[in-house]
Write a protein that binds this ligand. Structure first.
Ligand code: SPQ
Length: 428
């Protein structure tokens, strides 16, 4: 536990920040580089706790990975060279590592046990375990395999046609990864597009994929070939600074080389709809992903309704968007976001409790919030709930509170953004 007291700053926020690499893409770069044949170089890798879990897990399975700052060199020898780990694999706080690794491990000829921290141990795994069992996986664990710790005895898997019952990129990715080394063809269909980094990166590693609307198909027994990966800045990390500039009067910030993949840019659409002043320049493709620089300048905001198809495009930004809504004129309604209840914490409950403690007018609903703005926020002691995004939400809120905010524990922030406070101090 590491408490932190934050004094409200005196003036507007100004400056430039290059946020660290995207967490989703960093995880996948280690996974695919380790499963590929040849040497993969990764640039701008996010060295956060979650991504380092993924890296350590592949090292425990015999993959040689060298790390120098934010560069990785992964010496892949294909899935057949992976060794059975001698000890249980520890996933810490990382849902992405746990769910995607289930898809990979289910088809490898080895026995593995998987465990995680107090938060991950409460997150449902059935969403991945059930389709994997349909493909032939042998997985057991608490509550018949719904919760960690889990044990997997690898099997020869067979392809599947599967319609996702939850809007989840992690479930889609786990099935595609299992399908990649299975017999026959695998097709995953989703009702709304979720982040597509797995598909994009599989193609970069030479896999053959067919994408038809929201259906993704691939043939089994494919070989991945090493490639070079550049990881764009994480828009989910940038979101904290976008909101900071949008709520502190007089601010202007430039965020460099941020990932602008359309499946992730819902926060920009919402900010624009609320009336924020946002400019995007130097937009380009790098390593298969769209990136660019975002400049945001403070302007008065108005309330909006956020629901339906946009939700998966901003699911991780909803906590910080809730803070944004407290500073917009009118009533903001956020719905269709029930998935927030099974993240690192129940984010609907945690956001409501936190913003209420800070003086906001916010009501929890079954799948979102109703937030009335604009409200003056006050200082108080708040929790981070073992959740990095809750810790960063509280820190950004402290930029506009009348008095000091105390966060009970800032250690979870390192799961996605170890240099968060250093970057924040640069612009205050
Ligand atoms: O890895 P983890 O803990 O699940 O991380 C979170 C986050 O806030 O960083 C969710 F709590 O991001 C998920 C995201 O919500 C990362 C992710 C991915 O990389 O595929 C997909 C989303 O989860 P899901 O369940 O909607 O697929």
């Amino acid at each position: 536990m590491r408490e932190r007291k934050l004094q409200p700053p005196k003036g507007p926020l100004q400056g430039k920040i290059e946020v660290p690499g995207d967490k989703s893409i960093s995880h996948r770069s280690v996974m695919f580089g380790s499963l590929a044949h040849g040497t993969t170089h990764v640039q701008h890798f996010l060295g956060s706790e979650d991504c380092l879990r993924t890296l350590t897990i592949f090292q425990a399975m015999g993959v040689k990975i060298e790390q120098k700052g934010s560069s990785l060199t992964i010496f892949g020898k294909g899935p057949e060279a992976l060794k059975e780990p001698l000890e249980p694999l520890y996933f810490g706080n990382s849902g992405t590592t746990a769910r995607l690794m289930l898809g990979i491990l289910a088809g490898l000829p080895m026995f593995t046990t998987l465990h995680g921290d107090i938060s991950l141990t409460k997150r449902p795994m059935n969403r991945v375990v059930e389709p994997l069992r349909l493909m032939g996986a042998q997985i057991d664990g608490r509550d018949h395999g719904n919760y960690l710790p889990l044990a997997i005895r690898g099997q020869t898997m067979k392809g599947i046609r599967y319609e996702l019952p939850v809007k989840s990129a992690q479930v889609k990715s786990a099935i595609l990864l299992a399908g990649l080394f299975a017999e026959g063809e695998t097709t995953v269909t989703e009702s709304t597009s979720t982040r597509n980094h797995t598909e994009t990166m599989l193609e970069a590693f030479g896999a053959e994929l067919h994408i038809n609307g929201t259906a993704v198909s691939l043939k089994g027994n494919q070989t991945l070939t090493a490639t070079d990966i550049y990881v764009p800045g994480d828009i989910s990390s940038a979101a904290f600074f976008l909101v900071a500039a949008a709520i502190v009067p007089g601010s202007s910030l430039k965020l460099l080389n941020v990932g602008l993949n359309e499946t992730r840019t819902g926060i920009i659409d919402v900010l624009l709809e609320m009336g924020a002043d946002i400019q995007i320049e130097n937009e380009r493709q790098k390593g298969g992903e769209r990136i660019g620089n975002i400049t945001i300048t403070y302007r008065e905001l108005k309330a909006v309704t956020i629901e339906g198809e946009i939700i998966p495009r901003l699911i991780d930004e909803i906590p910080i968007i809730a803070l944004l809504a407290t500073q917009a004129e009118g009533t903001t309604v956020i719905k269709d976001a029930r998935e927030l209840r099974v993240k690192e914490t129940d984010r609907i409950r945690a956001v409501t409790e936190t913003l209420t403690r800070l003086g906001a007018n916010i009501k929890e609903t079954k799948d979102g919030f109703i937030i009335c703005g604009k409200t003056k926020l006050v200082g108080n002691r708040v929790e981070s709930y073992h959740d990095h995004r809750m810790g960063m939400l509280a820190a950004v809120a402290s930029l506009i509170t009348t008095t000091e905010v105390t966060i009970d524990d800032i250690t979870p922030i390192a799961t996605s953004y170890p240099s968060f406070f250093k970057d924040l101090e640069q612009i205050i």
